[in-house]
Design a protein around this ligand. Sequence first.
Ligand code: ZN
Length: 287
Amino acid sequence: MFLIRHGQPGHEKPGIVLDGQRYDLSPFGEDYDERFFASDGLRRLAAYLDVQRELLLPVPAAARLGPPVARPSKIVCAGLNYTDHAQEMALPLPTEPVIFLKAPSALSGPCDDIVLPPSSVKTDWEVELAVVIGRRAAYVAEADALSYVAGYVLHNDVSERAYQLERGGTWDKGKGCDTFGPLGPWLATPDELANPASLRIWLTLNNMPQQEGSTANLIFSVPYLISYVSQFMTLLPGDILSTGTPAGVGGGQQPPRYLAPGDVLELGITGLGTARQVVRAYPAATD
Ligand code: ZN
């Protein structure tokens, strides 16, 4: 299944993509949130579709998409998880996963604008494969880890490099600004992806290729990361685990290329759709 959420920010309704067409699932009566995943909602949704599929109404083509998961309890990100990205950032290859937390309030829709914080001069892009957790995961063995996955989703781990790297201590300062987590267009359940460990992942800036990689090149695999993170914190249903970005971020270029108002990012992962974000200055539009 390909799950979407559509509607205005904070008022998204559930939906689904069937044969390339978006359908509204408001009558299903549940949002895709922690309770949904925790209570076997995917199975309940499949049963609902078996009966109701012919009665579904399409979502208007112009409707906004929101993040396909309602606000998770946390977003855990892996840093430096592709060899080529660690090299371009001039940082040593990690011997253990680097992890940090991204504020759930940073999440936005896949085609929402990215708003530069007022004092930002080094906002950058990071296309990533993100995992949505399907059930409570604590002290999970790597061999069991994939059974905790509800699905996969495209994520842009937007990052303010000065906040992240030049303001002392944790990376979190540069990762949690509003609009820094465009997510979607859809959550793909694992049965929809032939092999999540071999997906093309790419990003362009103003139609110029920047990032081009494969999830086959993750240093630490999805099962390893789920197991690893679950040794330090309990992952709850609906939580997002973002697996790191390949080379080609703006901060890795000579000279660095950071985002400016009017820039357009397009990104995608095989099977997870594409997203498009326009960059603009703070304050956010109110319309
Ligand atoms: Zn990242």
